[in-house]
Write a protein that binds this ligand. Structure first.
Ligand code: XMP
Length: 516
C-alpha cells in the first residue's frame, strides 16, 4: 500500500482518498506507529499529512529520521513537509508570515512532482511557520510570499515536500500533483478501483466469517444496502438482513425499503417493528447525545432479539449469530471521535452510540470509505440507481430532526412536512443536485401567526438543503425561490401546528448537516 501517516490532520483521510482516486491502494496509519512497523507493511510510498502542531513545540509529533533513508519514496504535505525539512537539517522559520487559504504560488522548476505545472499555481495553504532553507541535497521547486521554500525535492533519495494542501479541491492542480508523485515519481500502476475493493473485501469477509451466521442492520440507506450486498456476495445465504422500524422513519419508508431491497438483491429480510420500544425509551429526552446513545443501544437490543428468528429462518437451529454487519462509513467514525486525536462532534448511532456490552463482532466493510466510493461499489455490485443514489438519511431518523422531546404527534407533523419537501424537490428535478435535505421541527419554539383570521401559535419547520461531496464539509443549496415558495405554502397549509417555514443558510463548518 501507500501509507498516509496521520499527524492529526483534518485532511489525512482526504489524502488517502485522493491516492485511491489516482487508483492506488492506500491506508492511513497514526504517526505514533514505529517506523519499523510501517516498513513491515511493505509500503510503496509514504505520505506525511499535515497537522495542527508546530515542529518547535515540545512534544510535537515527529517521525524517526530513519524513515527518510529506508529507500521508500516520501511526500511530505504541510506539517509533514516541515517535519521532513526540519529532521533533515533545513531551516524552519517560526516567525514567518502565515498564509491561510488561496495563495498564489510561483513555480521555480516545473520538474518532478511539479512536472508539467504552469509557471504559477493557485494553492490552498494553512501554515504559520515556513521552511526558509531546504536541507542539503534538495532543490527548491516553488515559493510564495510567505514561504521561501513552498515545494522541494531530492529525486535521488525519492524525497518530496509541499507546503500547500494538494488534497483539497481548492488546490485545482492538487490531484495532478498527487498523481504525478504516485505514477511518475514512484512509478506505481493504476490498479485500485471498485472491483478491486470488492474482491479484497469478499476474500477477507469469507475468511473471517467461516460458516457462522451473520446479520446486517438494514436502514434503507445506501451504506447498509451496499454493505449487505457486499457481504452477501461473500457468504450468500449465511446472511440475514434485519430492518428495524423504530418509529422514526419517514413516510412510506418501511414499505419502500422492504420492497426495493428485496426485489433488487433477493437477500433474506426480517422486519422488526420496535417502535413502541424505541419511543418509550426516548420519552422525555431532548438532549441530542442522549437521544443518539439510546437509539444506538436500542438498535443493538433489537438485533439481539431478532437473533432467534434469524436462526430459524436460516434453518440453522443450534447455531448462533456471531457477526453484525454495519454500513459504517469513514465520516461516521471521524465525527464520533474515532480518528486518531479527532474530537467527538456527535455520536453516530452505529459508532459512538453502540452499547459497551456488544455481543456481536462487527463487520464494517465500508469503514474506511466515503459515500461516493460506496456508491461506485454499489453500482459495481449491480444495485439499482434507486438504492445507490438515494439521499443519505441518518440511522436515528426523524429522532434527531425534532429539536426537543420526541412524541408521536410531533413525529406525525414532521413526517408530513418531510414528505412534502421530498415530493416537491423531486418534482423540481433537484434530487441529484442536492446531497440531502433534512427537514427539522423546532418543537419547543413557538411563534405567532394568523391563519383563517385566527391567531395561531405554532412551531417552525426548518429546511436544510445541502450540497456536499462526502458530508465532511457542506454548503447550503441555492434552491430556486419558487420551489421554496411552493414548499412553504404546502407545509403551512397541510401540516397541523406549523405556521412558519425557515431556510437554514449555514455551511458545514461551522454548522453540521443535521441539527442534532
Ligand atoms: P452531520 O450532521 O454530522 O452529518 O454533518 C453528516 C452525515 O451523516 C448523517 N448522519 C448520520 N448517519 N447515523 C447515520 O447513519 C447517525 O447517527 C448520523 N448522524 C448524522 C447525516 O445525515 C449526514 O448525511
Amino acid at each position: 500500500p501507500v501509507l498516509v501517516v496521520d499527524f492529526g490532520a483534518q485532511y489525512a483521510q482526504l489524502i488517502a482518498r485522493r491516492v485511491r482516486e489516482a487508483n492506488v491502494y492506500s491506508e492511513l496509519v497514526p504517526h505514533s506507529m514505529p517506523v519499523a512497523e510501517m516498513l513491515a507493511k511493505d509500503p510503496k510510498a509514504i505520505i506525511l499529512s499535515g497537522g495542527p502542531a508546530s515542529v518547535f513545540e515540545p512534544g510535537a509529533p515527529g517521525i524517526d529520521v530513519s524513515l527518510f533513508s529506508a529507500g521508500v519514496p516520501v511526500l511530505g504535505i504541510c506539517y509533514g513537509f516541515q517535519v521532513m525539512a526540519y529532521e533533515l537539517g533545513g531551516t524552519v522559520d517560526r516567525a514567518a508570515m502565515g498564509e491561510y487559504g488561496k495563495t498564489e504560488t510561483t513555480i521555480d522548476r516545473a520538474d518532478g512532482i511539479l512536472a508539467g505545472s504552469p509557471a504559477s499555481q493557485s494553492t490552498w495553504m494553512s501554515h504559520g511557520v515556513a521552511v526558509e532553507k531546504a536541507p542539503e541535497g534538495f532543490e527548491v521547486l516553488a515559493h510564495t510570499q510567505g514561504a521561501p521554500v513552498a515545494a522541494m525535492q531530492d529525486g535521488s533519495r525519492g524525497l518530496y515536500g509541499v507546503q500547500w494542501h494538494p488534497e483539497v479541491r481548492h488546490t485545482p492542480l492538487g490531484q495532478a500533483l498527487i498523481s504525478t508523485f504516485l505514477h511518475e515519481c514512484v512509478g506505481l500502476a493504476s490498479d485500485w478501483d471498485a472491483a478491486g475493493i470488492i474482491d479484497d473485501q469478499v476474500r477477507a469477509i469469507r475468511e473471517r466469517v467461516g460458516d457462522s451466521q451473520v446479520i446486517c442492520g438494514l436502514s434503507g440507506g445506501v451504506d447498509s444496502a451496499v454493505a449487505a450486498a457486499l457481504v452477501h456476495r461473500a457468504i450468500g445465504d449465511q446472511l440475514t438482513c434485519v430492518f428495524v422500524d423504530h418509529g422514526l422513519l419517514r413516510k412510506g419508508e418501511a414499505e419502500q425499503v422492504r420492497h426495493d431491497f428485496v426485489a433488487a438483491t433477493g437477500i433474506r429480510l426480517i422486519a422488526e417493528d420496535a417502535s413502541e420500544d424505541f419511543l418509550s425509551a426516548l420519552k422525555g429526552v431532548s438532549e441530542p447525545e442522549r437521544k443518539r446513545k439510546i437509539i444506538g443501544e436500542k438498535f443493538i437490543r433489537t438485533f439481539e432479539k431478532a437473533q432467534r428468528q434469524v436462526i430459524e429462518e436460516a434453518g440453522r437451529t443450534g447455531s448462533e449469530v456471531r457477526f453484525l454487519v454495519q454500513g459504517t462509513l469513514y465520516p461516521d467514525v471521524v465525527e464520533s471521535g474515532g480518528g486518531d486525536g479527532a474530537a467527538n462532534i456527535k455520536s453516530h448511532h452505529n459508532v459512538g452510540g453502540l452499547p459497551k456490552d456488544l455481543k456481536f463482532e462487527l463487520i464494517e466493510p465500508l469503514r474506511t470509505l466515503f459515500k461516493d466510493e460506496v456508491r461506485a461499489i454499489g453500482t459495481q455490485l449491480g444495485l439499482p440507481d434507486e438504492i445507490v443514489w438515494r439521499q443519505p438519511f441518518p440511522g436515528p431518523g426523524l429522532g434527531i430532526r425534532i429539536v426537543g422531546e420526541i412524541t408521536r404527534e410531533r413525529l406525525d407533523v414532521l413526517r408530513e412536512a418531510d414528505a412534502i419537501v421530498r415530493e416537491e424537490l423531486t418534482r423540481a428535478g433537484l434530487d441529484r443536485d442536492i446531497w440531502q435535505c433534512p427537514v427539522v421541527l423546532l418543537a419547543d419554539v413557538h411563534s405567532v401567526g394568523v391563519q383563517g383570521d385566527e391567531r395561531t401559535y405554532g412551531m417552525p419547520i426548518v429546511l436544510r438543503p445541502v450540497s456536499s461531496e462526502d458530508a465532511m464539509t457542506a454548503d447550503w443549496s441555492r434552491i430556486p425561490y419558487d420551489v421554496l415558495a411552493t414548499i412553504s405554502t404546502r407545509i403551512t397549509n397541510e401540516c397541523r401546528d406549523v405556521n412558519r417555514v425557515v431556510l437554514d443558510v449555514t455551511s458545514k463548518p461551522p454548522a453540521t448537516i443535521e441539527w442534532e
